[in-house]
Ligand binder design. Sequence first.
Ligand code: HEM
Length: 491
Amino acid sequence: MEELSLYHLLAIFFTALVFISKHLLQLKLSKPLAIPILGHLHLLRKPVHQSLASIASKHGHVLRLRFGSRPVLVVSSPSAAEECFTKNDIIFANRPCILSAKQLWYDNTAFVFSPFNPRWRAHRRFTSLHALTPSRLSKLLSEIRLLLRGLYSDDREGFQKIEIRSWFFELTVNLVMGMISGKRYSGEEKRSLKKLLEEIFLFSGATSMEDFVPLARWLGFSSMRRRIEATAKEMDEFLQGLIEERRKLGKWKESSSTIIDIMLTLQDKEPEDYNDVSIKGILESLITGGAETTPGTMEWAMALLLNHPEAMTKARAEIEEHVGHARLVMESDISKLRYLNNVIKETLRLFPTGPLLIPHESSEDCTVAGLHVPKGTMLLVNAYAMQRDPELWEDPLEFKPERFDAESNGDQGYKYKPFGSGRRRCPGETMAWKVIGLTLASLIQCFQWERVGEELVDLSEGMGLSMPMTTPMEVMYKPYPEMLGVLSQLE
Ligand code: HEM
């Protein structure tokens, strides 16, 4: 009897030991290690979306972390993302106040970084009613023609080499600048605007130590402050210059109108919502929204097509079938180009140019996936991680445009949100689709594209808010003989 109870005691002891150590291990795994002052910041490497994806795969798809003194919720699960953008959408409709947004985005008041307030609502309404309307894209076809004419040369024989990013940039920046100020940019002016916008994107995606550790500012640890200040000043002067040019022209009293003209008219009627600073905030949001993400997506799409020549051939065959060679692709053709649309969707799945969307912040306490989320928590929704999650996608790292034929015809739910969701979702999505679709279709219709050498294009991701390719891609191209007739007639 005594032996039996000793045996039982030992059994209970070992079972308990196994249970406790298993539990402790789980506890250890369920939350990454936070260290004093920095919290979980020490775990982050660049690019941050990749680093957060790897933390999520080890520790869970809904994580409450601490970046210095700031609570952060990292969401990489579709059901939790849905909770954030449906039942908690208003609560998460704020943006966090971070150094770069303070300096570069008019003290966090510029449309894209503004808190959720009546002025943001007015500006959002303005962009959908006056700024990002289909009629504003009337210049798209002529900008694409300029691009094609620029690429086409009389040297019809061999391939030529170009860096395609700058061509895509020229197209989108001129489209957006045409809409807002009626201006086109080329030569040196275009180069310096490109540099300025690249800096804005780089710094807007960057966070400074003092965003999370207030002590850092006091100790003067933040080296970024001065660099951001210089960029912000340059951008401000550029935007103010645009406003003054239109003001001097006085055209805003007429009905013809660029976006600046309409805002100057509203300045008379609603001076609070449309003072010069608000106007500059909207302009900056539209210019950066249009001129970084859209060309970036087109560059990724071309890179993927070059690495998968069979997909390029299929896209071209589809254009041949629906459009032929006697004329250029038109906007009305795009909806028929199903494979090309799938190529764009697949590009945005693998390389979303807003991998963590734009940070949101909670304005009240709430719960997500059963976790308590206090007011003032920064929300990072990792679209990049969800769009490459092996639990959610078959062969997630493979480029397979046809997967979008099979997948639930259109709506992928919250596992695929390259433009975000809810109140703060991208207002430029329709415009982006049109620009990307028509530009890629025209390029594939008119020119034969090849890689510079045998090696595959390097698909590594660079830094910054819009996840650019690390190195601007170089490509070889030549016009298709059957398109020479159309190309030579472009004015
Ligand atoms: C492929 C192209 C594009 C992608 C992938 C993209 C993606 C995004 C994403 C992920 C957001 C953040 C959503 C969130 O915070 O939840 C966003 C916001 C925004 N986008 Fe886009 N975008 C694109 C093109 C454009 C274009 C062409 C414009 C305008 C010309 C634009 C203007 C904006 C603005 C103004 C916001 C801020 C909205 C707000 O805070 O209320 N975007 N975009």
